[in-house]
Design a protein around this ligand. Structure first.
Ligand SMILES: *Cc1c(COP(=O)(O)O)cnc(C)c1O
Length: 436
């Protein structure tokens, strides 16, 4: 059964899984086993040389339940392969190391997930990977100016956290490819339902599937999807062209990742070198919960998108709200990009600035009854948080200010509750916040 012509809602239920291969189990079984019987020595030889698709050996490298989760996301995004890992941060780290290991520069915007920014600013430079940050990711002239001989990639978030800036993916991909570097996109906020970066030219997509993909606030996981269209060059990316001991076999002339896997070189190398050797592996039970979440992704997200818009419109009319950051609202400077890339909405997360002092903001957070106060997004429950004190605490204050992450900024992640109930909760909390 080939599902490539099927629509999103069918794929999210069926892709990557054939019941008859798994004892006719209607739902994906959890393969809670570390290792798999190799059978006989001929079969073992084939497995270790990656010549027996669908065969498994050891769950740090691959596992049937995790494999189905990978295939399903890969199919939803239109890639050539995906590797699931233990968290969104592991996905980002492995993707970045796989392109820039050994040293190099990467261009990224400043308004990205706090832990990503912290890693890019303070940790990866210790591994010789340095970042050139831009304030506006759609400033193509500035980016072109920053690209140097050892720039290895452009890294962006499709919809940024928490301000919801929209990256112009087609133009960024064009710019990257003109300079022979790949475009890496963190597509966590829109999820594969609202946006597929590969279809617009992105090369590598990373997700924190902790968020909207799993949706129930009960798993930590991540995934890297390889678009398979980037032409790796030996000069800039020698790691894909080096002979690999693990890929050597009799009669094989080119035992490099490009030689053996062609278009899937990035994906297979990430699995073989990073997942296998650094080991941030996704466990089968978590993959199972991810698959369960995926089954209702579009139903959840489409309702949440509408509720988020309704709440944003309510907040716009509230006298105590200073400014809304929601690119899906009419007449923002990003409307054209939203129209081009996000016909079904930009997502379920947005932010606003409350008027008054920090004290008013703190009172609001302490007064909500339905919203849960915590630093997560994409949960069925509606969530509220002050990024400057939590998710973006590690970002220096002057940089936070530049990105509008002031102490009175509040981020909402909208869940599946009734929209009017959520509005009422915010209304009473704002009232409490400004009560004498
Ligand atoms: C949460 C998040 C991450 C990190 O994911 P974890 O699963 O928590 O490691 C990365 N990028 C974005 C945009 C996120 O929201």
């Amino acid at each position: 059964m080939i599902l490539t012509s099927k629509k999103f809602d069918t794929k999210k239920i069926h892709s990557g899984y054939k019941p008859k291969d798994f004892g006719y189990s209607a739902t994906v079984p959890i393969f809670q086993s570390v290792a798999f019987d190799l059978g006989n020595t001929e079969r073992a030889d084939k497995i270790v040389q990656s010549e027996l698709p669908g065969a498994f050996m050891y769950s740090r490298v691959s596992n049937p339940t995790v494999d189905i989760f990978e295939k399903r996301i890969n199919d939803l995004d239109g890639g050539v392969g995906a590797v699931a890992v233990a968290s969104g941060m592991a996905a980002i780290t492995y993707a970045v190391l796989n392109v820039a290991e050994g040293g190099g520069r990467i261009i990224a915007p400043l308004d990205i997930y706090g832990a990503s920014l912290d890693e890019f600013r303070t940790l990866l430079p210790k591994y010789n990977i340095n970042f050139d940050f831009v304030e506006n990711i759609n400033d193509f002239d500035k980016i072109q100016e920053l690209i140097s001989f050892d720039t290895k990639a452009i890294y962006v978030e499709s919809v940024s956290n928490p301000i919801t800036n929209i990256a112009d993916i087609s133009r960024l991909a064009e710019l990257a490819h003109k300079n022979k570097i790949p475009l890496i996109v963190d597509n966590t906020f829109p999820t594969p339902y609202l946006f597929n970066p590969i279809k617009f030219g992105a090369d590598i997509v990373v997700y924190s599937s902790t968020k909207g993909i799993s949706g129930h606030g009960n798993v930590v996981s991540g995934i890297v999807v390889d678009g398979g269209n980037f032409e790796w060059t030996k000069e800039k990316f020698p790691q894909f062209f080096e002979p690999e001991l693990v890929l050597e076999k009799e009669g094989r002339k080119d035992s490099s990742f490009v030689g053996v896997f062609g278009k899937r070189a990035f994906n297979e190398r990430l699995r073989t070198k990073y997942l296998r050797l650094m080991g941030a592996v996704l466990n089968p039970f978590t993959a199972y919960l991810g698959l369960l979440g995926l089954e209702t992704l579009s139903e959840r997200v489409s309702k949440e998108v509408l509720t988020a818009l309704k709440i944003a419109q309510y907040l716009e009319s509230n006298e105590h709200v200073e400014k809304i950051f929601h690119s899906g609202l009419l007449n923002t400077s990003q409307s054209k990009l939203v129209e081009k890339y996000y016909p079904n909405g930009i997502g379920t997360v947005f932010s606003f600035k409350l008027g008054g002092t920090v004290e008013n903001t703190r009172k609001l957070l302490n007064s909500v009854k339905l919203f849960t106060y915590l630093p997560n997004v994409g949960d069925n429950r509606s969530l509220i948080v002050n990024p400057s004190g939590t998710t973006h605490r590690e970002v220096p204050e002057n940089e936070r200010k530049k990105q509008n992450i002031s102490d009175n900024l509040i981020r909402l992640s909208i869940g599946l509750e009734n929209a009017d109930d959520l509005i009422q909760d915010l209304e009473q909390a704002i009232e409490q916040a400004f009560k004498e």
